[in-house]
Design a protein around this ligand. Structure first.
Ligand code: 13P
Length: 247
């Protein structure tokens, strides 16, 4: 039986002052949740998340990492640096990084391997754009995005988390129906199973894209939806916890 994981992706939001209340409220409300909880915060706030959440049921992590270990890579943050702040998770290949920073499927795969080598759990994001869905290319896009990741992780497949985030549902208020999401989650699990059937059963596959308290229950009831990667609704403790409680 896979545990449910509800992970917040704060994106580029927050401040020292506003984060304090949010972290405290999430920590305080986490006891009532049967789901695993995590928040992926902007890198400058990792120390704050670590201080606020150490000893709680809420894990924390980052939103990206460098493919390099160290050196002349201005602005980059390495896997080891994330380890210094006791991160459990790191998001890899979010569609905003693929589209605004030109991250290729191969780079995302390399970052996934870097995260694993540093004992971080990569949350690997895949998903199609609206144009790709309308062309009937959803399956091809998701399989293309997964392939280099599967090549890179090898026997560590069971250690990754996958997030299916249809780009057209991110921040738009348009959610995939539970059935639409389940179809792609099933495809993702089948694709993983072609490499390692046992590991594929263990991998948590999260849904992301306008998941809110009012639609979380139906999405999370689907057999291959093992949690959520929550953007906007993770910035309000009450909404984030309500999603966790729906699990
Ligand atoms: P929203 O929940 O704001 O649609 O964002 C989803 C997302 O991109 C999480 O990584």
């Amino acid at each position: 039986m896979r545990a449910t994981l509800i992970a917040g992706n704060w994106k580029m939001n927050g401040s020292l002052a506003s984060n304090a209340g949010l972290l405290d409220d999430v920590r305080a409300g986490s006891g009532a949740s049967r789901a695993q909880l995590a928040v992926c915060v902007p890198a400058p706030y990792l120390a704050q998340a670590q201080a606020a959440l150490t000893g709680s049921a809420v894990a924390w992590g980052a939103q990206d990492l460098s493919v390099h270990d160290s050196g002349a890579y201005t602005g980059e943050v390495s896997a080891a640096m994330l380890g210094d702040f006791d991160c459990t998770y790191v998001i890899v290949g979010h569609s905003e990084r693929r589209s605004y920073h030109g991250e290729s499927d191969e780079l995302v795969a390399q970052k996934t391997a870097r995260a694993l080598a540093a004992r971080l759990v990569p949350i690997v994001c895949v998903g199609e754009t609206l144009a790709e869905r309308e062309q009937g290319a959803t399956e091809a896009v998701v399989v293309r995005q997964l392939k280099p990741v599967l090549d890179a992780v090898g026997s560590d497949l069971a250690k990754i988390v996958v997030a299916y985030e249809p780009v057209w549902a991110i921040g738009t208020g348009k959610t995939a129906t539970p059935e639409m999401a389940q179809q792609v989650h099933e495809l993702i699990r089948a694709t993983l199973a072609q490499r390692d059937a046992a590991a594929a059963q263990q991998v948590q596959i999260l849904y992301g894209g306008s998941m809110k308290p009012d639609n979380a229950k139906d999405l999370l009831a689907m057999p291959d939806i093992d949690g959520g990667l929550i953007g906007g609704a993770s910035l309000k403790a009450a909404d984030f916890l309500a999603i966790a409680h729906a699990a």
